[in-house]
Design a binder for this molecule. Structure first.
Ligand SMILES: C[S@@+](CC[C@H](N)C(=O)[O-])C[C@H]1O[C@@H](n2cnc3c(N)ncnc32)[C@H](O)[C@@H]1O
Length: 278
């Protein structure tokens, strides 16, 4: 059974909106509008315990998941949200041992999730043009104890990546179509790529460039997430909803034309599948 240590991250939970991520060592007394909680008294107790604040409010002490940790990281930039990260992980097939190239690093939220998944033998290579953004990300990744699985590189992704044959690629920059060519060169043929764009204009330009670069299975989509207020006999959708986070575009790289020559296909077979057929 996992016990709470001085240096453990602890999620103090009341409900979806009222939750605090702290370490007993750094915050021996947690001051909230629900009263004060003696965090040092939690050391040695089991996660899952219910505790009472000085005002008599009950809070539950949970072991944070990677979602809790990622959402509480310091932010210097917009980050990719869990609802989008979830599908990205499935589409990219990132797992223990994967080599992943990512740009831009931003605040390192995506980097953190990928590093968590590729450990203990994989690596995330993350590029950002702005050193001050990477500094925030580096500290975030250090705090989570994931530095061994991340290689930080400051540089303009449009100029290319040093890695070759990577298993998965992630693009989250303002002009992703400018990076598609260099990203394809870093990717193993057939590897998946996920790109994030806030606007449809960007998604449209990106898809055109991906097709030009020989990507197949190209698809753009948006995930809308609506919570249910579930109560016996009166369950209804929540009034509040995040209207938009980002459009996600996925695709699979293919062998460049110069490497395709050994395979002889009949003319009918040689047509590339259309989007509808994919
Ligand atoms: C929205 S943030 C990425 C957020 C990140 N995905 C996360 O979840 O924390 C975009 C980042 O891309 C970087 N960037 C923009 N253009 C770039 C380029 N050409 N090469 C490398 N990084 C770039 C920016 O400096 C910025 O830090």
């Amino acid at each position: 059974m996992d016990k709470i240590a001085e240096d453990s991250y602890v999620l103090v939970y009341r409900d979806r909106r009222r939750r605090w991520l702290v370490k007993p060592k750094d915050t021996p007394k947690l001051h909230t509008h629900l009263g004060i909680l003696d965090m040092s008294a939690l050391v040695g107790r089991e996660f899952g315990v219910t505790v009472t604040t000085t005002m008599g409010d009950e809070l539950v002490i949970l072991e944070p998941t990677i979602e809790d940790l990622v959402m509480k990281l310091a932010r210097k930039t917009q980050v990719i949200y869990p609802k989008d990260l979830g599908l990205m992980v499935v589409k990219l097939g990132v797992r223990s041992g994967s080599r992943v190239v990512e740009t831009g690093t931003g605040s390192g939220a995506t980097t953190a999730l990928m590093a968590y998944l590729v450990q203990p033998t994989g690596m995330v290579y993350t590029y950002d043009i702005r050193p001050e953004h990477q500094e925030v990300a580096r500290k975030n990744i250090e705090k989570l104890g994931l530095s061994k699985y991340v290689t930080f590189k400051v540089g303009d992704a449009r100029l290319g990546f040093e890695e070759k044959g990577v298993d998965a690629a992630i693009l989250d920059v303002g002009d992703p179509w400018e990076v598609v060519h260099s990203m394809r060169e870093a990717m193993k043929p057939s590897a998946p790529m996920a790109a994030v764009t806030p606007t449809t204009n960007q998604a449209e330009k990106l898809v055109a460039k991906m097709k030009e670069e020989g990507f197949v299975a190209v698809e753009s989509l948006e995930i809308l997430l609506r919570h249910l207020e579930a109560r016996v006999g009166m369950t209804r959708p929540s009034n509040i909803m995040v209207g938009h986070t980002a459009y996600l575009t996925f695709g699979r790289s293919t062998l460049p034309p110069s490497h395709q020559s050994e395979t002889v296909l009949t003319p009918a077979e040689s047509r590339r599948p259309t989007d509808e057929q994919q």
